[in-house]
Ligand binder design. Structure first.
Ligand code: G3P
Ligand code: MG
Length: 239
């Protein structure tokens, strides 16, 4: 079962920052996951929420700031003073950390609240610039966004994110089309997810920080998990 560092090593570093991704780039794990939003001046930035309130010392929507304005805030000290001065990275800056590594990069398009017109083509361009087409997965809770990716770059792997569980994943994802489903814990143990596995879906589960859950998911044949604590989970699965 593959291990993905969720928002970087977000259990020990401020999520979605250079520090969290740099640490992940040094780990022998399958990949990382990150979240992307669009600034007022059309830059792709890596941050989870629509606002900067929770993960910086500022307030307001990402979409209302230019990149330069966003850079004026501190994205580390909310987590620990040790990380004071961490900044908000662009997608390009994060990809740069993984040039020359083997890691798969799961780019989650955070288009579920604001659709960020044009974000899909900008992300595809950034992936091409870094020659990472073969090792990225684009995912989103907004499946319309994934359909746009299909139109623009059908060769890029896509994954449909689900907060809820469907009765028939295979039929639904054929409409996108997406090879993989990213489902939540503990919903991953539902019959319909097992059926999707039997029908050939790639199943990845978020966010798994509990060792027993990780072991159970490995047992049922889940392909990957997203975790904030990759080192702990890797060590436990090796026991
Ligand atoms: O991509 C998996 C997971 O990150 C989805 O939920 O809210 O952590 O972005 P969230
Ligand atoms: Mg995410």
């Amino acid at each position: 079962m593959d291990i993905f560092a969720h928002r970087g090593i977000s259990g020990h570093y401020p999520e979605n920052t250079g520090a969290a991704f740099y640490a992940a780039s040094k780990l022998p794990i399958a990949g990382i996951e990150l979240d992307v939003h669009l600034t007022a001046d059309g830059e792709l930035v890596v941050i989870h929420d629509e606002t900067i309130d929770r993960t910086s010392n500022g307030t307001g929507y990402v979409k209302d700031y230019t990149l330069q304005q966003l850079r004026a805030f501190d994205y580390g000290s909310w987590f620990s003073e040790e990380f004071a001065g961490e900044n908000i990275p662009t997608l390009g800056e994060v990809l740069e950390l993984f040039v020359g590594t083997h890691h798969v990069i799961n780019i989650e398009l955070k288009t579920d609240v604001f659709p960020y017109e044009g974000i899909e083509s900008l992300v595809i361009k950034e992936i091409a610039t870094h020659q990472m087409t073969e090792r990225v997965i684009i995912s989103s809770f907004n499946h319309e966004s994934l359909q746009i990716v299909t139109q623009l770059a059908p060769y890029i792997e896509k994954a449909a994110l689900f907060a809820e569980i469907l009765t028939d994943f295979t039929t639904y994802t054929s409409l996108i089309p997406a090879k993989a489903i990213h489902v939540s814990l503990p919903a991953a143990f539902r019959k319909s997810v097992r059926r999707a596995l039997e029908e050939g879906a790639v199943v990845r589960v978020y966010t798994v920080n509990d060792i027993e859950y990780a072991k159970n998911l490995q047992q049922i044949g889940v392909h990957a998990i997203f975790t904030d604590e990759p080192e702990k989970i890797v060590a436990a699965l090796q026991d």
